[in-house]
Design a protein around this ligand. Sequence first.
Ligand SMILES: Cc1cc2nc3c(=O)[nH]c(=O)nc-3n(C[C@H](O)[C@H](O)[C@H](O)COP(=O)(O)O)c2cc1C
Length: 285
Amino acid sequence: MAPIIRLPLFTFSGTGNTWWVARQIAAALNQQGITAEAFSIEQLSREEIEDLVHRADTIGIGYPIYASDAPLLVQDFVHNLPISEPPKPALVFVTQMEWSGNGAWLLHHSLESRGYRVRWAVEFKMPNNIGMHIFPVPSTPNFAKFTPKLEKATNRARRLAGSILAEQEWIQGKGVINNALSLLQRLPWRLALKWTQTHTWSVDAEKCTHCGRCERICPVENIRLDPGGLPIWSDQCNLCLRCFNYCPEQAILVYKKPFDPKRNGGQPYHGPVPEFKPELLARKK
Ligand SMILES: Cc1cc2nc3c(=O)[nH]c(=O)nc-3n(C[C@H](O)[C@H](O)[C@H](O)COP(=O)(O)O)c2cc1C
């Protein structure tokens, strides 16, 4: 008989890929008799996190890769995890368009300092969620095109569940070359981060209908509406692209330019499956 393991998957997902992978991992673990559930970290209170961690045998953390780095709110989440004594095993899973360097292994020191030992650090290739004029790699909103990637990711989730059940470690992103190449990507990203957080977004006041969706779905409450209902960004942006990708009017501008309807089949990325909506993950208000 498989041992009963409780494994909460603490997940951040900007545009749906990591959400989808977390659910595949949970389903594959459930099939193996492991009690796993995916949670959006945006929706959990401090008390709920403490309770889930306290009852867990192993914890899971999932996030999208941003330039070989973890999103800021995930870094914060890890730094504030309840201290585990004795140490608990941890699973880290990341989603990426193509390459994450040591992004899956990156947080192992921080996790160790809170009492968690990373035994699984696994990468999942998912569709590109960046569809803007400054980025040369194409993206598409065509769900049918994602099938091969999603099938591979499902198989990988099953393989991961098998290795958790067998207590076999699976670590990706470790190693000197990976480390060095990741640094080349991560350092400029971190150096430019403050500037990028404060200079990227603005709104086309003619197109904006003041619906407030951007404000409601921002994972870090970085957007407020001015008295006329137009969004204003503060300086805590995580660059997750949720506001840009999910504005119903495509009214959000990147460096003063709108989404280019000639790119990406005319629509920004809307997640890997049609049922994804950012409201599924966002803080309840
Ligand atoms: C700001 C930003 C930086 C990214 N950097 C990388 C990267 O370095 N390597 C990569 O393969 N994908 C990169 N991506 C793509 C995402 O990691 C990928 O599409 C991810 O699955 C999105 O997950 P989500 O839908 O859960 O937010 C980046 C995306 C964003 C928004």
